[in-house]
Design a protein around this ligand. Structure first.
Ligand code: PMP
Length: 505
């Protein structure tokens, strides 16, 4: 039998394809078209996968009971009310098949997530306008792509409330479950696990049994289930994302664009010909999504959102385009670190690897180095700080090396003396292209000298540091600040020559 021709779900092009089209490095393509988190969650660490890997030859006979229990606990429902799936998309397709095969589907609002139409066609159902007449009614709450929070109608058909973005809205419709509604949730958005593909349905025990009896057994992998369980072990905090959404909305409004109020992690800007702006932004490596009647922009974090805003300012006001932060990622079995670095920057620094003291030290270096630095990630801190601190400095050094490029036009040398109370540090730096570290830190709080050696190696710089005092914290802090100030001097532009008689550094 020949398969029936259906309209497939439309995937936006990959970053590689876009990069080739607009002539940029794929790493510099910034995606504001997926409504996903800017970074993986702190819980997504190699250690979270260890048990699942040790048992990866087995099926999980308990069908991820600890995860289902944790979800049940989170929402105050019974564990027999939780069905797990490979993303909430699995349930959208499955539920249309179970409840609307050959029948009718309506969506609320009428203008909503495209998967509902796809699911209806997979089920041989037609989309109709009136929710009162439909076999299945998908309520997208909050709604994608407009970000609004629709009212939930009382309908005779099967009500499915898709709460993919409800964590940002702070309201849910779980009280409708007892009346027979099915609520869909996902780990792809606020939990930052889109790639893991884990979603779930909440329903009455009887409906949950109907749903699970029609699913393929264990559609979620044990590795993904482990990541979801680890994510639930940390409190979910979306306040930063919500604040950033409002900041972005304010900046867009100042540019004459008018985003609708949003209950989600994205903004919708009504406009007649959105494709034109989408294409223009794509030339800057900034990917947003056009819809009928508007443009949808995912909210990322300040550094990424500022790249989008800079591109918009260049397009709409003809402002000069500032240099973009360089992005660099380093992944090993021990650590997973992402760095964004702009030199010179404005001293906007944020370092969070969990190695608290050295996070603070690198922050000092970058701030006094006049850089914008955002370094985030996780590592095997359970083995001590060594791997994380070393990799943090190596990753930062790799990014610095790349940001320096051919080192043309830089002063090259820098020197600074910095006190901190009784401690005094002296740093001399040469952006030499050769990795040399001559470090004396007395007393060393533990990893300071090694941190500078790691930096010198990957940044390919010469670093001389002497620091001494009574208090190890003071000594290290003075040293990191001194290195930052010395680097800031060395970075000052001085003509367009490579400052070496050899002609290269
Ligand atoms: N529902 C809505 C409204 C969405 O926007 C999305 C993601 N685009 C999903 C469901 C699917 O999420 P996932 O399959 O990743 O859980």
């Amino acid at each position: 039998m020949k398969p029936v021709a259906l309209e497939a779900y439309q995937w936006p092009p990959s970053s590689e394809v876009i990069a080739q089209r607009v002539g940029l490095d794929p790493r510099s393509i910034l995606r504001f078209d997926g409504n996903v988190a800017a970074m993986p969650p702190a819980s997504a660490r190699p250690a979270a996968l260890a048990k699942a890997l040790a048992d990866v030859n087995e099926y999980d006979r308990g069908r991820y009971l600890p995860l289902r229990e944790a979800i049940a606990l989170r929402h105050g429902v019974g564990v027999d009310q939780v069905a797990l799936g490979a993303g909430s998309d699995e349930f959208i397709v499955l539920l249309a098949r179970i409840f609307a095969e050959g029948g009718t589907v309506a969506t609320v609002p009428a203008y909503s997530y495209s998967m509902y139409g796809f699911a209806a066609s997979m089920a041989g159902a037609s989309i109709i306008e009136d929710p009162m007449l439909a076999d299945v009614v998908f309520v997208c709450r909050p709604n994608n792509p407009t970000g609004e929070l629709p009212d939930i109608p009382d309908v005779p058909g099967q009500l499915i409330i898709d709460e993919a973005y409800a964590d940002y809205a702070g309201v849910d419709a779980l009280d409708r479950v007892a009346d027979g509604a099915i609520v869909l949730r996902t780990f792809s958005k606020a939990y930052g696990l889109a790639g893991a593909r884990v979603g779930y349905a909440l329903a009455t025990p009887a409906l949950t049994e109907v749903i699970t009896s029609r699913q393929a057994p264990l559609s979620v992998s044990s590795l993904s289930a482990s990541l979801a369980l680890a994510a639930l072990s940390l409190p979910l905090d979306v306040t930063g994302q919500v604040a950033e959404r409002e900041r972005l909305a304010g900046e867009l409004t100042a540019l004459g664009l008018a985003p609708l109020p949003s209950y989600t992690n994205f903004l919708f800007i009504p406009m007649d010909e959105p494709q034109e702006l989408v294409d223009q932004l794509m030339d800057f490596g900034v990917v947003v999504r056009a819809y009928e009647g508007g443009l949808r922009i995912s909210v990322k974090d300040e550094l990424d959102d500022d790249v989008l805003l800079d591109a918009l300012r260049a397009l709409t006001r003809g402002d000069d385009l500032p240099s973009r932060p360089l992005r660099h990622r380093r992944a090993t079995a021990e650590t997973l670190l992402t760095v964004r670095l702009r030199i010179p920057g404005e001293g906007r620094v944020f370092v969070n690897t969990g190695a608290g003291f050295y996070d603070h030290m690198l922050q000092q270096l970058a701030f006094h180095g006049g850089m914008d630095l955002r370094l985030e990630g996780v590592g095997d801190l359970e083995t001590g700080e060594h791997h994380v601190v070393e990799d943090m400095m190596r990753t930062f050094g790799e990014a610095l090396d790349e940001a320096l490029g051919d080192r043309r036009g830089l002063t090259r040398y820098g020197e600074a003396r910095v006190p901190m109370d009784e401690a005094l540090a002296h740093a001399v730096v040469d952006l030499s292209g050769r990795a040399t570290a001559n470090i004396s830190i007395v007393p060393d709080p533990g990893m300071a000298a090694h941190a500078f050696e790691s930096l010198a190696q990957t940044a390919r710089i010469t670093l001389h540091v002497t620091a001494a005092g009574e208090n190890a914290h003071h000594v290290a802090e003075a040293a990191f600040k001194a290195v930052g100030r010395a680097i800031a001097q060395a970075l000052v532009r001085d003509g367009n020559q490579v400052r070496s008689t050899k002609g290269s550094l």
